[in-house]
Design a protein around this ligand. Sequence first.
Ligand code: F6R
Ligand code: MG
Ligand code: MG
Length: 401
Amino acid sequence: MKTTVSIIKADIGGLPGHAWVHPKILEFAAERLKEEQKRGLLIDYFVYNVGDDMSLLMTHTKGENNPDIHGLAWSIFKEATENIAKKVKLYGAGQDLLKDTFSGNVRGLGPQVAEMEFEERPSEPLVVFAADKTEPGAFNLPFYKIFADPFNTAGLVIDPAMHEGFRFEILDVYEGKVYLLDAPENSYDILGLIGTPGRYIIRRIYRKADFVQASVTSVERLNLIAGHYVGKDDPVAMVRAQHGLPAVGEILEAFAYPHLVEGWMRGSHVGPLMPSKMISIDLEKRIAMGPKMTRFDGPPKVIAIGFQVHDGYLEGPVDLFDDPAFDYSRQLAAQITDYIRRMGPVMPHRLPPEEMEYTTLPQILSKLKSVPVDEYEKNRLQYIQFVSSQVGQSVTGPSHD
Ligand code: F6R
Ligand code: MG
Ligand code: MG
């Protein structure tokens, strides 16, 4: 039997602002998934959040892109939006549901999707990630370290099953093209691409020896779908662990260093990715409440929860960043937060202009007026006097407009 693990996530409203998910929404989703488990569509499920994003983790035997599974997630997001988020006026109710009609697949409609179908090994440890106030490319650096950096992953050197390395599937989200590159042979090429995380995203990784799939990351880019700023594309991902794949500890190790990612405050700032603990886990209800996003709507946070998958059932989860050994990473992330925040609206804390294209900044800048430099130099005094006589108004020259 092949098991499919599907994670579909959306931001359908925040409590308050973009800080957190309403607990009632998680409960609603878990109840709906329980019904579908009883009806036999799902084998198992788990619901959790990080910041304002709710993830539905579902196991079944229907394969990837299944209309029933996608339809279920879509209807849960829709119903929770109508019945809860809009009723109590959560902030940005239904924010990620960009289209009105569902036609078999949530891809391109707003939610993030990460799915993987596999034959379960005798024991199947699975690490599930979700991050808020960042983008799918935020996983590029840690996933490279997990699968290609022997200084992170001892198994690349020591374990014969991993020694041949891994094949990286990298998606160019601008051009809709896929690159297949091997580590260690093409490591420099891989880095050449994934060093631009807003464009090139490591989507799937395979073990080269037998093409066993080891990971998958969501790749939806909301701005590219909507054509304007609609929040960042807070990503989800999962990685299979152990027995010829990176150990759970090698997977988590890559997050000990809080690297800088894009997507903080207004989707327009760079900040450290803080590996964060869950606030609570309710094993009975199959719900975990994740961290809140409060300092400057962040900083960007990533959570990791671990399961043992058996016959499609999800044993767990275990909150994997709930280890004092990650306290130092959190502390470091807090220090970097403090440091970088002092730059205010200045790059590189604020994103470069290309990345601001989908935000509201172009609207503001388009109102400003300017004068060709040669002409200005010729009549500088006139221009200066003209401007100074209009303090508080936007700048224009005497002979223009
Ligand atoms: C949302 C996010 C937040 C918002 C910010 C402004 O993912 O990153 O930082 O961008 O709170 O939100 P609006 O414009 O909705 O008031
Ligand atoms: Mg939001
Ligand atoms: Mg979010």
